[in-house]
Design a protein around this ligand. Structure first.
Ligand code: GAF
Length: 386
């Protein structure tokens, strides 16, 4: 489904359900992370790009303080709440909590909001580790910015979305997903320093496709495993007396790693080595050295598998399958939070068809599952559509 189809859907449903035409359409993209996994909440570095899969909102201001929201993707379920009331979680619709949470924290931050009518639809695959929730949070923030002409930066829209996810929805995620959805750049990845929130644009190399393969493994226990990893990283940082694992390099860590619980030490080693790989990857990608980029992606995957223990056998198998086709010319690794989800590959365009055919033929045999393949364009971040 293209963004044009999403726009057509949200405008049509808006007209049908609310009885008038929406004056505004807003989009926010999902993302794929090229390297830098589980580093964001350790104040570290990430290198994601926004992708051409989006959440789209048709929107209009309305008199008073009522917000009415329809999800076109959930049979036009409708939520409504009042800005003057204490905003509480919706008793039934999880999708509505991303809207309510974002609105609540915009109000907490002191922004003056007016009533609104919204219709939402998206094509970011859900539960695949491509940040469908972050794109919804950022799309809602962007919508209220546009409706109320709010003086809010893209970075603050991202931080507000993260706050909604942490405190309203209840997932203790870092800042990467919301940040890249708000600030992505066409044909570029973004090196994000998750402590200072400074960014550096990194041009994507010509002649390569960004291929995402969804393993379609059902992701169980993701939130609890995520929060466990986070706690282990924080325990390691506390043991070393540093604010975050970002503050340690490998020699400093190795000198005292034996003092840690062995599992905690493995988790910390992943983060410390991943930060170094991510910084190098930004330089390597800038130079167009795709052989080294492939090595870094392979090392990242091995570290997620062996030290951070967040991959699963079908994902490891996908990585090996792709590697067997592309060899040293490009890279492949699991992307996102883990325990299923997707693999990302940077594939020379001449080999893209072969990668897709190989995965379609071999993956069902080893996993009993069907893969879904997406060939993505690194895309711009959230904004109002003309
Ligand atoms: C999820 C989280 F939301 C991100 O903040 C990040 O930690 C990622 O997992 C792992 O790199 O997408």
């Amino acid at each position: 489904m293209s963004i044009e189809t999403l726009i057509a859907t949200t405008s049509r449903v808006f007209a049908e359900q609310f009885g008038y035409t929406a004056p505004l359409t807003i989009q926010a993209p999902g993302r794929v992370n090229l390297i830098g996994e589980h580093t964001d909440y350790n104040d570290g570095f990430v290198l994601p790009c926004a992708i051409d899969y989006n959440t789209v909102i048709s929107a209009a201001p309305r008199q008073g303080s009522q917000v009415r929201v329809i999800s076109a993707d959930y049979d036009n379920q409708q939520d409504s709440f009042d800005l003057a009331d204490e905003i509480q979680p919706h008793p039934e619709y999880q999708w509505a909590n991303y809207v309510r949470g974002v609105v609540k924290y915009l109000l907490v931050r002191g922004f003056r909001l007016g009533g609104a009518d919204l219709v939402i639809s998206g094509n970011v695959p859900q539960g695949a580790g491509l940040s469908s929730s972050a794109s919804l949070e950022v799309a809602v923030g962007q919508t209220f910015k546009a409706l109320g002409k709010l003086d809010i930066s893209q970075a603050e829209i991202a931080l507000n979305g993260q706050q909604a996810e942490n405190q309203f929805v209840g997932c203790n995620c870092g800042i990467m997903d919301q940040f890249i959805s708000a600030l992505g750049e066409k044909n570029h990845a973004l090196l994000i320093d998750c402590r200072s929130l400074q960014t550096r644009s990194v041009a994507m190399p010509a002649g390569f496709d960004v291929v995402i393969i969804n393993s379609n493994v059902r992701r169980g226990l993701v939130d609890s495993e995520y929060n466990t990893r986070r706690a282990q990283c924080e325990a390691a940082a506390a043991h070393f007396g540093v604010k975050a694992l970002r503050d340690l390099d490998l020699p400093q860590f190795e000198a005292r790693a034996a003092e840690l619980d062995p599992v905690v030490a493995q988790r910390a080693r992943h983060v410390i080595t991943e930060n170094a790989r991510t910084l190098e990857a930004a330089d390597v990608l800038t130079r167009g050295d795709m052989v080294r980029m492939g090595e870094l992606m392979a090392a990242s995957h091995a570290s997620m598998r062996d030290d951070f223990a967040i991959t699963v056998p079908p994902i490891d198998a996908l990585v090996e399958m792709v590697k067997a086709v592309i060899g040293a010319q490009g890279g492949v690794r699991m992307t996102g939070g883990g325990f299923g989800g997707c693999v990302v590959a940077l594939v020379p365009q001449a080999l893209t068809d072969k990668v897709c055919d190989t995965v379609k033929a071999q993956y069902p045999v080893v996993s009993g599952l069907q893969p879904t393949l997406y060939i993505c364009q690194p895309s711009a971040g959230a904004g109002v559509l003309e």
